[in-house]
Design a protein around this ligand. Sequence first.
Ligand code: FMN
Length: 216
Amino acid sequence: MTHGLKLGLSADEVLTTTRAVRKRLDFTRPVEREVLQDCVEIARQAPSGRNRQRWDFIFVGDEATKTAVTRWWLAGLRAGAPGGSDTRDPSPTGWQRIAESLGDLAARLHEAPWLLIPCVRVESRAELADVRGQAGAWGSVLPAVWSFMLAARERGLGTAWTTAHLTYEREVAAVLGIPYDTVVQAALTPVAYTVGTDFKPARRAPAESFLHWDRW
Ligand SMILES: Cc1cc2nc3c(=O)[nH]c(=O)nc-3n(C[C@H](O)[C@H](O)[C@H](O)COP(=O)(O)O)c2cc1C
């Protein structure tokens, strides 16, 4: 059974207009659990390595827990992101725009009706030591996360993929009671209704800048 309203977007529209929503989250409107469960029903059709479906989705709605998680998320944000600055963002002000809207989200993240922390189960953290292990683990949870976000968009909900809290993954695991050795957190997204639903396709690097035929 489907709960709540659906926008009636085509598959292509959902795929091209699901944005990282930071400024247009409605922090005042509650999101029913049933709607989240509908999105999870869709997400569980995602592919996973050997069809093991070793994902876990933790929705945090409790105020005190959201505040505690947000504190670690903010600490992670202040610590900065690892990795280089290589980008294909075609807009000269791209990062500036993201940083500005990230500031808006940072100020209110704890007010989001829900924080979703998707996780993947591993035999042990050693599984993440090589590329094959990593590809298998992340590839077994991130498609489901994106499916969730797409299903959410169709229901008027907004999400914003973030990884900032992972600098303090162990601390957040302690807050949420996650068994750290065998359950790895993959991301954190607020989930809220959006203010308006008229999201547009974004500017992206043209396909010729990354598309290869036959060899690199
Ligand atoms: C792996 C990954 C990590 C991300 N980390 C963050 C983050 O920490 N904070 C944030 O606000 N957005 C984060 N994002 C969202 C990106 O900034 C966003 O997807 C990108 O800017 C494109 O946004 P658009 O689809 O709205 O155009 C992340 C996205 C991905 C896929």
